[in-house]
Design a binder for this molecule. Sequence first.
Ligand code: F6R
Length: 608
Amino acid sequence: MCGIVGYIGNREAAPILLDGLSKLEYRGYDSAGIAVYNGEQIQMEKTMGRLKVLEELTQDGATLPGTAGIGHTRWATHGSPSDLNAHPHFNKDHSIVVVHNGIIENYIKLKKKLQAKGYEFLSETDTEVIVHMLDRYYNGDPLDTITKVMHRMEGSYALGIMFRDHPNEIYAVRKDSPLIVGAGKEGNLIASDVPAILRYTRDVYFIENEEIVKLTREGLHFYNIDEEELEKESTHIDWDINAAEKGGYEHFMLKEMHEQPKAVRDTLTPRLKGDEIVIEELGMTDEEIRSVRKIFIVACGSAYHTGVTAKYVFEGLARIPVEVDLASEFRYRNPILESDSLVIIVSQSGETADTLAALREAKAKGIRTLGIVNVVGSSIAREADNVMYTWAGPEIAVATTKAYSTQLIAHYLLALKFARVRGTISETEFTAMTEDLRQLPEQISLLLSHKENVQRFANRYLAAEHIFFIGRGIDYAISMEGSLKLKEISYIHSEAYAAGELKHGTISLIEDGRLVVAVLTQPELYKKTISNIQEVKTRGAFVMAVTTVGNTEVEKVADYVIYLPETNPYFTNSLAIIPLQLFGYYVSIGRGLDVDKPRNLAKSVTVE
Ligand code: F6R
């Protein structure tokens, strides 16, 4: 996720910007840049790669003198990582400079309008439209110009802006992307997050959506979008620096679980346009969508589990046969791929060796490939015929949470799009389902707000040796992910079973006090799974059930019940995963383990 820093004061700006950016490295980035105003002109240096490269390039900031500046670490979204796509971005005569965190959803439309007016674009970023728009509407009054541009932008943004005509000012604004302002003794600062400014001040102003701030050497002025000045209270921050990097959360995994409502919303909303699903990156005409006869979904680990869910969703909604493969199997099994197949490759990192090899295998056979990828510009993103990005932002904890949740969303959107084009669902069903999708971020937030209940329950199972997860259909897919989440971070042996399969062997492992987590969100399968719960109960199991609100019958057989808000049965996985992630997390920290870096595991598995 991009990081922003800005400084105006009595000290040299560049070293402060570089230092601030180094405190934002945890957010993940692929390029960095700074722009400093030396009193006459704004000078800029930016480069792909680590901050060290920028430090060398600027001799630790010495080549960019001046006491006002803005800096940025970029995590690529629009356009691959490159020097040109790195921020800051200038307007044509270098009189305005901008850094941006977020996504401008209507940038293509804005870019076309600007191009028609003669504006030339140097980068592939959505950000460049902002600086050219500021140029286009500039009337000598930065505040008025900024609000004019805000009225025209859709999407999310935190911006740091400098105008050559206003040497003693920096402007900042935010909408749905983080931005804070620090009031220091030797100058004032902006940043995406608290750690960047803690060395200079602990007095922080949290900027609300659509608020604008003017920073001068002497003070701070806050405005709303109607250009009315606002009074704001500062907050004194007393976190230590480590806690600050995690936004006050104890671990990255907890932080990333809490980022899921936003990640899901960011992945959904740009593609839900009115009552249409628009996936421009799909690159398939309706005719091509209709001609697909079979889908292969290929991935590893949790990404594979999203594929298992997607099989039920695609087959149920779009009536296309789906095969789900582990990438390490697919690449060697010589699958029968016909020219009317579509291969969907799912990967957070876009670098997983087996998944990449599977993609190349499909391409070598001339089959159309679609990547569902989180990291922009990664190998899978570059090599797949088309790529649909999940907008989860960088994931740092080894155990995936928010990337998993956004992969599910990508599958739902594709399945619904295919179903609509192929005419396998009615208009009414389609509308109701898109409405259910829109509710998911709020529902996920609600489940996260009950985390203490899950923690209390998890604390009872810190010494467990084996834990089983059961479910049917989509609930089996979620059981697989719940079980993986638990075992990878708690080191407790765990297995997931299709609930009807237990009595074919595994039930012999059920004994007094054994915890069985039963997921039952599928109305047509409730009764069947309740019978399976009864089978393990009579053999002494302790049962935690995860089910949809209203399904109170479960209370008769389960010992502990977690209720999920109501959604379409195809989407329940997005909700059921929340208590299961929390359960794994709390068991892990209860056992005193390193939850963000579990033993033997790497975040990106680039070897076979
Ligand atoms: C589990 C986990 C892994 C990854 C798998 C694939 O929490 O994170 O199972 O899902 O290694 O990684 P990507 O998605 O980067 O290809």
